[in-house]
Each structure stands twice: as structure tokens, then as C-alpha cells.
Design a binder for this molecule. Structure first.
Ligand SMILES: [Zn+2]
Length: 87
């Protein structure tokens, strides 16, 4: 979340100027990712990458195995419910 030291205020990324500066005072804003670590490069609307912001230590987060199992079981259950309509 972009934070302006001089205004003592948080900004959403869309509220910043196109160069990534504060819309009120115009100072360069330090930004941090979702884990609170500072981002070296300034995020602008052109360079905004949500996957990169949400990643931990630069690694891509993978879908957990139990979520895949849940989706597979849901598909099997719903398929059975459709089949049971005609039996
Ligand atoms: Zn400001």
C-alpha cells in the first residue's frame, strides 16, 4: 500500500499520479508489497502486476493440493447429481 510520509496518508495505487508520486504534495512515495516489504521499483498503472505484489519472496504462490482435491470432489459430486436425475 503506497504511503506518503509528508501527508501521513495511505493511497490506493490508482490514486497516484502516472509517475507514481503523491497526488497532493507530489513527493515520491515509498511502496511496500502485501507482506510489508518495500518495493524497490515504483508501481505505476502501467507496471502494476498483482501476481508479483502478492508473491512471497518473489516466488509464485501455487494452488494448494487440498483446493484441487476440493474442486475435483465438487465436480464428481455435481456430475453424480446430474446423472441421478436420469436414473
Ligand atoms: Zn503527499
Amino acid at each position: 500500500m503506497p504511503w506518503c510520509e509528508e501527508c501521513s496518508k495511505y493511497f490506493v495505487p490508482n490514486a497516484l499520479t502516472t509517475s507514481g508520486d503523491c497526488p497532493k504534495c507530489g513527493s515520491t512515495i515509498s511502496q511496500s508489497n502485501i507482506n510489508g516489504k518495500p518495493i524497490v521499483e515504483i508501481v505505476t498503472p502501467e507496471t502494476l502486476d498483482l501476481r508479483k505484489l502478492a508473491s512471497l519472496n518473489g516466488n509464485q504462490e501455487r494452488v494448494p493440493w487440498h483446493f484441487k482435491l476440493l474442486v475435483a470432489m465438487l465436480v464428481a459430486y455435481l456430475s453424480w447429481r446430474v446423472v441421478s436425475l436420469f436414473i
